[in-house]
Design a protein around this ligand. Structure first.
Ligand SMILES: [Zn+2]
Ligand SMILES: [Zn+2]
Length: 327
């Protein structure tokens, strides 16, 4: 097999030939058809997360077909199309796992971060954490649902049922979530980097009620806001934009420091929370609903060997929607 391997933190990925791995009894091997590129991959590569591990193959929005099954795997078959998400393994026995909060597991493994991911021609995964995807939909179009869609879905649930929803940072996750929230009959307010008129126009093309600069005051107070951008300065801005009792959800795994802000922004029962990872139930719920919603993902494809280019374009905001690598 071949992979775009991260050998040292902070360096470019290298096209590398590796020995084909055989799955353990509880694992499957998947021939990768498409793998989305996520902001978290940049954090992994930059060494900004707390358990850096190299060498590692990044990538956790994997769509592919099973080509080898471990001896103890049930319910999956050779040739079946599956999706492999960020949550790659949980312990099953810690206080979080036994209370339906496996997203907070004490001994988890994460795809493309602490176990090898999908910037490769093949990946070995824990079978219990693979989602059957069926045959509807294109491999490339489905890939961004595996993290941008899923984490967005969990963040949306966390934001509550309010009808006026702000999305700060209009990239892969927000472009999917705006469609979900519109389908739920909510009004979506899209906030972008100041002056990014291209992304604001992109957001409007997806049916949002309003799009503007992240430091602008929206035309109405929001019931909730989700921050996807990795910019801590957005936290006080979002708190300022929500009504009394409103909630601000930080959906990224990493964020620059949050500046100090007056208590009056939090006062009147405004809430500030974060969302971490996903549970398998989140994945099942979202992937069941996604075809009904008719989500259209906007993707820019790169050959797997051009992964560094895709990552650089993501960092610079050079495309709308999501980048997807194809081996
Ligand atoms: Zn656990
Ligand atoms: Zn991700």
């Amino acid at each position: 097999m071949h992979a775009m391997l991260l050998r040292e933190l902070g360096t470019s990925l290298q096209w590398t030939q590796l020995a084909e791995r055989q799955p353990e009894p509880s694992e499957i091997r998947v021939k990768v058809a498409a793998c989305g590129v996520c902001r978290t991959d940049l954090h992994v590569i930059d060494g900004e997360l707390s358990h850096p591990q190299v060498p590692i193959i990044p990538g956790h929005e994997i769509v592919g077909r099973i080509d080898a099954l471990g001896s103890a795997v049930n319910g999956l078959s050779i040739g079946e199309r599956v999706g492999i998400p960020w949550l790659g393994h949980t312990c099953g026995v810690c206080p979080y796992c036994v209370t339906q909060r496996e997203n907070l597991c004490d001994k988890p493994l994460f795809t493309g971060y602490t176990r090898d991911g999908g910037f490769a021609t093949a990946v070995v995964a824990d079978a219990r954490f693979a989602f059957p995807l069926g045959e509807a939909g294109d491999d490339v179009a489905l890939a961004p649902l595996l993290c941008a869609g899923l984490i967005g879905w969990r963040a949306l649930a966390m934001a509550g049922a309010g009808s006026k929803l702000g999305l700060y940072g209009f990239g892969a996750a927000a472009h999917i979530l705006a469609q979900v929230a519109s389908w739920q009959k909510r009004s979506v307010f899209a906030f972008t980097r100041p002056g990014d008129l291209t992304t604001q126009a992109f957001a409007r093309s997806l049916g949002v009620s309003w799009a503007g600069d992240s430091d602008a005051t929206p035309p109405e107070l929001l019931d909730a806001a989700i921050i996807f951008a990795t910019v801590g300065d957005l936290v006080p801005l979002a708190l300022k934009a929500v009504r009394k009792g409103g909630r601000v959800v930080c959906a990224g795994i990493h964020m620059s420091d949050i500046p100090r802000f007056p208590y009056s922004l939090l006062w009147e029962e405004r809430e500030l929370v974060s969302v971490a990872n996903l549970t398998r139930q989140d994945g099942l719920d979202f992937l069941r609903l996604a075809p009904q919603i008719g989500i259209v993902t906007h993707t820019t494809c790169y050959p797997l060997t051009k992964a560094n280019e895709a990552l650089a374009d993501l960092r610079a905001g050079r495309f709308e929607g999501a980048a997807v690598l194809v081996p």
